[in-house]
Design a protein around this ligand. Structure first.
Ligand code: NAP
Length: 347
């Protein structure tokens, strides 16, 4: 069966996904018997294109690279109409993240589920604000809500907990979940002050022009909320996560920590104990002997505390065009595997 895909939001991740799919088409077919067809792309900048038999993606990409509106197979549809009207099996929701309302992604997800389409997304909004609702609605319509790319991009932390670690009880997770701030702290240890470290992160594309979401810890807080819901199975709301960013840390703080064989890290943590659930994001001084102390630059890392295996630490990319594009591919393949094994029962 050919998996039919609609892409909503054709920015960095959408383009990364298409490059991977095109580059690995033969390998995906030979190794996994995976066939795909991109039937619709919707983006405010380029317009909406749809072809039930599959778009000519070489043309779509060429027009995008020429920074011009799509010319062929055009439809006057917005994102919701595209999701509703396309014949896709899976909608890749890759529009911007809004951590206050979750929109427009939340409406994109609801519309996909209500019209019998799976969602694969790296957008943190729906998962951080309404995971339980999204999962339940998907389940009611016998489709999936897959969100690997929302935490540590393609580094497979959510699929690790769901797959290889199934059977273990996970009581805590703790890690470095924001690459921008980890990069800045690494640079500050090399002698830059906060402002210079931020400017360098912005010049390299690690930090946005408005860095608030990263430096105040809000991005990491969304990821902690997602981990609590997905990995620990807790119904934790984003407002219940204590959150402090790195804006108050000075070069002197960084050097004082170094002198005592410790290192400041922006830590996201969730612990389940007899007393209840504790979840926070805050800068912590980590001993240099701790595995998280060695994670430098834009890299992310997460330690999962399990009952059967002790601590398991996964280290990898937290962002990037190819890395996050891969997270979408891995979820598309997971849906393909499920449907291949259980063709009459989509979940
Ligand atoms: N890039 C990463 O490394 C990374 C990592 C993890 C998670 N994510 C998440 O993945 C998602 C996509 O990221 P990205 O880097 O690809 O963002 P991006 O480059 O900004 O692309 C988002 C695209 O969505 C379009 N868009 C905006 N509103 C839309 C709507 N209502 N309907 C359809 N398309 C719409 C945007 O168009 P305009 O530009 O015209 O507004 C833009 O082309 C985001 O939610 C992001 O937080 C990204």
């Amino acid at each position: 069966m050919t998996q039919k895909i609609t892409i909503i939001g054709f920015g960095t991740v959408g383009q990364g996904l298409c490059e991977i799919l095109a580059g690995k088409k033969k390998e995906l077919l030979e190794k996994y018997n995976y066939r795909y067809s991109i039937v619709a792309v919707c983006d405010p900048r380029f317009g909406t294109v749809y072809n039930a038999a599959g778009l000519d993606m070489e043309r779509v990409i060429a027009e995008l690279r020429a920074d011009q509106k799509f010319t062929t197979d055009r439809y006057p549809w917005d994102a919701l109409e595209t999701i509703r009207n396309s014949n896709a099996d899976v909608v890749c929701e890759l529009a911007f993240t809004d951590l206050k309302t979750g929109e427009p992604a939340m409406s994109h997800c609801r519309t996909a589920f209500e019209t019998g389409k799976h969602i694969v997304t790296s957008n943190k909004g729906p998962a951080a604000l309404a995971y339980a609702e999204m999962k339940a609605l998907a389940g009611q319509h016998n489709v999936d809500f897959r969100i690997e790319g929302t935490v540590m991009s393609g580094t497979p932390v959510l699929n690790l907990a769901e797959g290889p670690l199934a059977g273990c009880s996970i009581s805590a997770v703790k890690g470095i979940l924001n690459g921008t701030t980890n990069y800045m702290l690494s640079e500050m240890e090399q002698g830059l002050d906060y402002t210079a470290a931020l400017e360098k992160a912005q010049s390299l594309g690690y930090a946005e022009a408005d860095p608030t979401g990263d430096v105040e810890g809000y991005d990491a807080r969304a990821k902690v909320t997602i981990l609590a819901n997905v990995v620990l199975g807790e119904k934790l709301s984003i407002d219940a996560v204590d959150c402090t960013g790195i804006t108050a840390l000075t070069a002197a703080d960084i050097m004082a920590a170094k002198a005592e064989n410790t290192r400041w890290k922006l830590i996201g943590s969730i612990t389940r104990s007899k007393e209840g659930l504790t979840a926070y994001v805050r800068p912590e001084r980590v001993p240099l002997t701790h595995p998280l102390a060695g994670i430098m630059g834009a890299t992310n890392a997460l330690t999962l505390t399990t009952d059967l295996l002790g601590d398991v630490t996964i280290v990898g990319a937290g962002a990037g065009k190819t890395e996050t594009g891969f997270s979408i591919l891995s979820d598309l393949l997971a849906i393909h595997r499920t449907e291949t094994i259980l063709p009459d029962n989509r979940l």
